[in-house]
Write a protein that binds this ligand. Structure first.
Ligand SMILES: [Zn+2]
Length: 64
C-alpha cells in the first residue's frame, strides 16, 4: 500500500467577521451616538474610557 495522505490545506478557512449587533448606541446614559457594529466598545468616541494616558517623566508617588 502506498497511499499518500496529502496534507490538508487550511487555507480556505473563512473567519466570520465579528459583529456586535446593529443599531447599538453608546452606553453612556443620555448619549445616543450610534456605534458601529464592528466596534466592540460600549461607548462612543467621546465617552470611551481612557485607559492609561501617557504620563511623561512624572511619577506621582503613592502612599506618602
Ligand atoms: Zn457617548
Amino acid at each position: 500500500m502506498s497511499e499518500i495522505v496529502k496534507g490538508r490545506s487550511i487555507k480556505g478557512v473563512t473567519r466570520p467577521s465579528k459583529e456586535y449587533g446593529e443599531g447599538r448606541v453608546c452606553a453612556k446614559p443620555g448619549c445616543n451616538t450610534k456605534l458601529s457594529r464592528y466596534n466592540r466598545r460600549e461607548y462612543c468616541h467621546a465617552h470611551a474610557p481612557v485607559r492609561y494616558p501617557r504620563v511623561r517623566g512624572r511619577v506621582i508617588p503613592e502612599g506618602t
